[in-house]
Design a protein around this ligand. Structure first.
Ligand code: SF4
Length: 230
């Protein structure tokens, strides 16, 4: 899209109404809230990606959390998944601080941009296939506007498949065959780009020990090596 910018994508995302089920859910959550956040104003709208426009690492998650990004207006911000992810990005030198609690909390991503395949919080964290499809345009625009990216970190299978489907649509991947998903697996995307897989840092995975901090650090070390960072 000529004249496009990350700021324009963010504006378009924030006012998007393409998925009625998700928009209704986000508004309902924002109205009813949970007890611990009763006194807070929820964002209640789709949540754009954010980070360094010159990023070489793109992190692709599933979707904002109902009381995380849907509350704070910044993806992976204000929930346990984000606590886990940003602490790891900080340890790996991709963030200036290990916490992410609210927009305006001073967090800066360095050489890194974080987004999700679905920009509105879905009930039970499960978007429908047509909702992933509806949202693909925004991921594609972010991808086009981040030309320095050389490493993509897909968090979870839906992150991987959503991202791969976007590349396929652009003819940048073979139309057939699925990319294997597994923690620590990596795939060559051509042109010096590599796609790394990690289990999603959801509480379901981190509380059960399926994904530990050391596991995520290992993948981020591989990302750093690929980017030529010592
Ligand atoms: S999920 Fe994406 S396409 Fe659907 S309403 Fe939200 S921003 Fe729009």
């Amino acid at each position: 899209m000529s004249g496009d910018s990350l700021a324009r994508v963010a504006r378009d995302v924030a006012r998007c109404e393409r998925c009625p089920r998700l928009r209704e859910w986000c508004r309902l959550v924002a109205r009813t809230r949970v007890r611990r956040f009763q006194g807070q104003e929820y964002w209640g709208r789709p949540v754009p990606g954010f980070g360094d426009p010159a990023a070489r690492l793109l992190v692709v998650g599933l979707a904002p959390a109902a009381h995380g990004g849907n509350r704070t207006g910044r993806v992976f911000t204000g929930d346990r998944s984000g606590d886990f992810l940003f602490a790891a990005l900080f340890r790996a030198g991709f963030a200036n601080q290990p916490t992410s609690v609210a927009r305006g909390d001073g967090l800066e991503l360095r050489d890194c941009y974080v987004t999700a395949v679905v920009k509105s919080a879905p009930p039970d964290n499960k978007p429908l296939p047509e909702e992933v499809l509806n949202c693909r345009e925004y991921l594609a625009r972010e991808w086009a506007l981040l030309p320095r990216v050389r490493a993509v970190l897909a968090l979870g299978r839906i992150g991987l498949e959503g991202f791969a489907a976007m590349l396929r649509e652009q003819g940048r991947m073979p139309a057939r065959g699925r990319l294997a998903f597994g923690h620590g697996l990596a795939h060559d995307l051509g042109e010096g780009r590599r796609l790394f897989c990690s289990f999603h840092p959801s509480q379901q995975n981190t509380f059960t020990g399926k994904l530990t901090a050391a596991d995520l650090d290992r993948v981020l070390r591989a990302v750093r090596r690929h980017l030529g960072r010592p």
